[in-house]
Design a protein around this ligand. Structure first.
Ligand code: SF4
Ligand code: SF4
Length: 165
């Protein structure tokens, strides 16, 4: 009898406890500020061009080899609008193969790639998540607006210091 009452008490206590689960996909819980979703490319709004020069460093370090990039001479350098001699021409990440390790972000010297909060890109087609330069920049711009992202040169913090916040 006492055992039954104790059990009932536990049930009652849990019944009135605030709900912490969400009925996904109808409900979405907010992610933490440091959540690492898919990598995206950042946009330099002062110059109106990507930060990425297509230098391939991230491509070489990516453990799953899911990235590719090419560079070209920067036309805005000729016009005196940019200091970047080279600029990204094509860039692709196969997000279906990305393991969200963040190595590409760590090795980039130009603040050109960041881990966004995007994590819901499921598709029914194998290899259906190959994302091109245009889409990566769109996703990056959305992320920049959402979190108020600034390059480490403007905040005075190193990339490591920013990541530790
Ligand atoms: S994201 Fe950074 S490391 Fe990768 S190609 Fe662009 S500039 Fe180079
Ligand atoms: S997060 Fe890791 S696996 Fe994904 S693209 Fe960057 S280096 Fe490659």
């Amino acid at each position: 009898m006492l055992g039954n009452l104790k059990g009932l008490l536990v049930t009652m206590r849990e019944f009135f406890r605030p709900r912490v689960t969400a009925q996904y996909p109808k409900e979405h819980l907010p992610v933490a500020p440091r959540f690492m979703g898919f990598p995206v490319l950042t946009w330099d709004e002062k110059v109106e061009e990507p930060y990425c020069t297509g230098c391939m460093v991230c491509v070489r370090y990516c453990p799953t080899q899911c990235m590719s990039a090419t560079m070209k001479d920067n036309p805005l350098l000729q016009e005196g609008k940019s200091k970047r001699r080279k600029i990204v021409d094509e860039f692709e990440i196969n997000l279906g193969r990305c393991i969200l390790c963040g190595i590409c972000v760590d090795v980039c010297n130009f603040d050109a790639i960041v881990m966004s909060h995007e994590h819901e890109l499921s598709v029914f087609v194998r290899n259906g998540n190959r994302v091109d330069l245009e889409r990566l920049l769109e996703m990056g711009w959305e992320h920049q607006q959402k979190v108020g992202w600034k390059p480490s040169g403007e905040t005075g913090e190193s990339k490591e210091e920013k990541a530790a916040v």
